[in-house]
Ligand binder design. Sequence first.
Ligand SMILES: NC(=O)c1ccc[n+]([C@@H]2O[C@H](COP(=O)([O-])OP(=O)(O)OC[C@H]3O[C@@H](n4cnc5c(N)ncnc54)[C@H](O)[C@@H]3O)[C@@H](O)[C@H]2O)c1
Length: 438
Amino acid sequence: MSEKGNKIKPAEGKLGIMMVGLGAVSTTFIAGVEAIKKGLAKPIGSTTQMGTIRLGKRTDKKTPLIKDFLPLAKLEDLVFTGWDIFPDNAYEAALKAGVLEKDLLLQVRTELESVKPLSSVFDKNYIRNIDGPNVKQGKNKMELAAQVMADIEGFKKSRNLNRIVIIWCGSTEAFLKPQAVHQTLDSFEEGLRNNDPSIAPSMIYAYAALKLGIAFANGAPNLTTDIPALEELARTNNAPISGKDFKTGQTLMKTILAPGFKARYLGINGWYSTNILGNRDGEVLDDPDSFKTKEESKLGVLDTILQPDLYPDLYKHLYHKVCINYYPPRRDNKEGWDNIDIFGWLGYPMQIKVDFLCRDSILAAPLVLDLVLFSDLAQRAGMRGIQEWLSFFYKSPMTAKGLYPEHNLFIQEIKMKNTLRHMMGEEPITHLGLEYYE
Ligand SMILES: NC(=O)c1ccc[n+]([C@@H]2O[C@H](COP(=O)([O-])OP(=O)(O)OC[C@H]3O[C@@H](n4cnc5c(N)ncnc54)[C@H](O)[C@@H]3O)[C@@H](O)[C@H]2O)c1
């Protein structure tokens, strides 16, 4: 290990993973980790578990596994808990979510049953289509944040944990634009005391985490930590933050395909995307306010990948439409259709149709694992505030003020791997390669 890599604190002891929301994604993640630990399955889709990283020149033939190259926490050292508005333990919640087969769930039943949800911070104004009894009471939002902090400290102490990471796997909250209350830590704390309606439950969890210097990742498109006040708190308390919205399904496809069309200078006139989805996430997104949050997150990707201002002849007239339709019979097995109207040489039109019969939580679960392990690593490496290198995992990546986000999956991957090399004191790889021909 290089001198730089030596500066990363080792992954000693147990790592607590606290999930806000014990629904389809969270339970598929926990059940998956337990199944992998028992040798029942492989960690397919996970960068930290399956990925490799090239070091040095191609002729050096040095390509270790990422998990062997970096001091990541081991699956055996992960301890899970979460918050939910429903009192079901993770086994009951997984059965209800209907993602994994009962045969598999039975083999990890004891481990799942031991994950019982803590009572939640919930506000009907932010999530309209569901309601549950497992909710905290408090005289103001600051008091609720204090209760969340007590949950975190209680979990750490009772399970004898060395470190904790928190990840939002809860439902998508109603659309919210940054307001004055979100601008500074002082105004935010004042807002917590005054029950400011613009402070969403996800922000209360995030505030509690960051106040304790704990890393927070956001798998939904909610604003959450993407506000100056919480960014400031993350930097002050040396906590990494990242978000927003796991990049799975249709948007993953989009960020794979669009960079290819752009690289070949093929024009696009229209990109029509529609989905049918029947799980609880789909039910929440059936509310126009929650859908608006998701829509913003899904629409952003094409503009930044295609750069219509630089290529007006190719993308100026692009019409981009995204629909999600709640359709219970399909449950978690989403179907996403894309119709892409492209044009080539002399403007001749062509069409591409994509029909992705995907499984939402199967695509999201490995991202939860990678995000918690990388957030913990970043914290031990002394990286604080926004972790832009984790954009690879998100639909709507957070960036420093004034920077546009990078959505191209392949640029995101290069950035992530170069960051890992940099953390360990290895040279970044530019793919220039002229030296092979000198
Ligand atoms: N599965 C994917 O591919 C994918 C991709 C991107 C984003 N997401 C997002 O991830 C999130 C989780 O997805 P899911 O399919 O597991 O949804 P889900 O509905 O199965 O689970 C979400 C859980 O969060 C709980 N919850 C809601 N508000 C809460 C609060 N304030 N405190 C504690 N718990 C709360 C709900 O009761 C529910 O059990 C959603 O926001 C979804 O949009 C999922």
